[in-house]
Design a protein around this ligand. Sequence first.
Ligand SMILES: *Cc1c(COP(=O)(O)O)cnc(C)c1O
Length: 366
Amino acid sequence: MPLQFNPALKDMPVYQPGRPIEEVAREVGLPATDIIKLASNENPLGPSPLALAAMSRALNLLHLYPDGNAFYLKSKLAEKLGLEPANIILGNGSNEIIEFVGHALMAQGIDVVVSDYCFAVYPIVTKLFGSNMISVPALELGHDIPAMLRAITPQTKVMFVANPNNPTGTLASREHIVQLINEVPDHVMLVMDEAYIEFLSDTVDLLPFVRQARPNLLLMRTFSKIYGLAGLRLGYGLGSPDLIAAFEKVRQPFNINALIQAGALAALDDDTHLRKTRENNSAGLHYFESAFRRLRLNYVPSSANFILVEVGDGARVFSQLQKLGIITRPMAGYRLPEWLRISIGTPNENARCLDALCSVLGMETK
Ligand SMILES: *Cc1c(COP(=O)(O)O)cnc(C)c1O
């Protein structure tokens, strides 16, 4: 008998990341310094200078294992959020928190409710654990929250809602978030993915529900987006102490490395960097949105640090842009083959991207 792989792997989707600069440089024959990456919603201003300084101080202790409980980082996060350390689980990126959800709640015979055009990692983890995914049709590319609530079955244990959503940038209304919190049944864990929450100026604050130890609510956040630390992988989940204790059982002992523990602590103090990032982002979003209106290109108004634009043959436009040194994200894997997702860059990067896009589409820039 030949070796048999886990049958769940057979029809599991494979995550397609934004292409790395070095790889594209080799492929298109341009120096890496001429290439700009607007493909993975990273912070175009880079990491916080305070984080960089703290991490360089931490370098000479890299022979030691990290603090497995990340005491200082959890304490600081807790203080900042008005929570207790017992409300916080840290993950190697919030992607790992999604996997904790799988370990703690998913199995064969379990339903998981998501929306069409949801973040690609939800279906991957759902299928990895042999659970059944119920994907609810979107409304104008956004989550249809009432329909998602109606889709819940007695076998449903998890529902994922990213707000704003990636890759669409859509934000659920305040009314729908309130409805979701009020109506999600006790047997369903509501996972609210708030990866882009720091970019929002006005949003429903769900932290009070965590403080009240709502047993079936998990908030997920990350240092990969506004904090500009995607390369070191740190995300966190916020929930009731019981939920966090369950997740702690499935977490590997040293999943959060020593460098990011030092860097994240310092980044949490850098309000200036956060403010600059937010300002750069809203200016960049405005720049693309007004250009797309002028060019009569369809786009989805975005609440995050990226924008989805309809370009016709997304795969072709992606590869032409790549030849010009601009890496964007094609959307065929999300069943949006006519769309391209562009992360907001610096003003220069945005202008170069728009120029290149116009030339690929045969349009006048102006
Ligand atoms: C980027 C992103 C994440 C976070 O990823 P990390 O693993 O923390 O880097 C989670 N959810 C959504 C919706 C995202 O877009």
